[in-house]
Unconditional design. Structure first.
Length: 212
C-alpha cells in the first residue's frame, strides 16, 4: 500500500447497485475518500458523427481507455494529483473539460469492467463485486438512462439486447472470480457494508498510528 492509501475497486453489472454502495461509503467517510470512475475513460471519437457514435459498442473493454486509467491510478497511489477526463453521455463523447482529482487516504475505483483488465485490478487492495438479478439491473438502467442521460426507452432496450447483455455475459460476469468480496444487492446489503466499513476504519486508524 503506497503512501498509506487504500484502493477499493467496486465492480458489477449495469444497475447492480455499485453507486449505492459507493455513496454509502462516501456518506460514512466523506473527506478521506476520492472516486475514480471507469465511465470517464470512454474513448474520444471526434471523427464520428453523433449517429455513428450512437451505434458503437460501449460495453466491450476496447471502448475504454483503461491503460490511461491504470496510469492515473498509479499516480494517485504515489500521492500525485491527476486530470481525469470527463465523459458526456448525452453526446456519446468525451468532453473537452477535465476534472482535477487529488489522492486521499481511500480511493474508490468503480465500473463494470474494472476487474477485466489485469493491470488495473492489480492496483486495487480490495476488490468488491456487486451481484444483482438481471431483471432488477435492467429496470435500474432504464430509469437512469431515460432520466439522467436523455435516452429513449426504445434506444435503451435496443442497446441492452444488442450489446449490454451479451457483453455482460462475456466480460463482466466472468470477472467476478477476481473479486475478494461478492456482495448481493449492493448498498442495500448492510452486513457486507459493515464489513467494508470496518476494513476502511481499520485502515484509517493505522494511518493515524503511523503519523504519531
Amino acid at each position: 500500500m503506497e503512501n498509506n492509501i487504500l484502493v477499493i475497486g467496486i465492480a458489477g453489472g449495469t444497475g447492480s447497485g455499485k453507486t449505492t454502495l459507493m455513496d454509502n461509503l462516501i456518506d460514512k467517510f466523506g473527506d478521506v475518500v476520492t472516486v475514480l470512475s471507469h465511465d470517464n475513460y470512454y474513448r474520444r471519437h471526434d471523427e464520428l458523427t453523433y449517429a455513428q457514435r450512437c451505434g458503437l459498442n460501449y460495453d466491450e473493454p476496447d471502448s475504454l481507455e483503461t491503460e490511461l486509467m491504470a496510469e492515473h491510478l498509479t499516480k494517485l497511489r504515489r500521492g500525485e494529483a491527476i486530470d481525469c477526463p470527463i465523459y458526456d453521455f448525452t453526446v456519446h463523447n468525451r468532453s473537452d473539460k477535465t476534472m482535477r482529482i487529488v489522492p486521499k487516504q481511500v480511493i474508490i475505483v468503480e465500473g463494470i469492467l474494472i476487474f477485466e483488465n489485469e493491470a488495473l485490478r492489480n492496483l486495487m487492495d480490495i476488490r468488491v463485486f456487486v451481484d444483482t438479478d438481471a431483471d432488477i439491473r435492467l429496470c435500474r438502467r432504464i430509469a437512469r438512462d431515460v432520466t439522467e442521460r436523455g435516452r429513449t426507452l426504445e434506444s435503451v432496450l435496443t442497446q441492452y439486447q444488442q450489446t449490454v447483455k451479451p457483453m455482460h455475459e462475456r466480460y463482466v460476469e466472468p470477472s467476478k472470480k477476481f473479486a475478494h468480496i461478492v456482495v448481493p444487492e449492493g448498498g442495500k446489503n448492510f452486513v457486507a457494508l459493515d464489513m467494508i466499513t470496518g476494513r476502511i476504519q481499520r485502515h484509517l486508524e493505522e494511518v493515524c498510528d503511523t503519523k504519531v
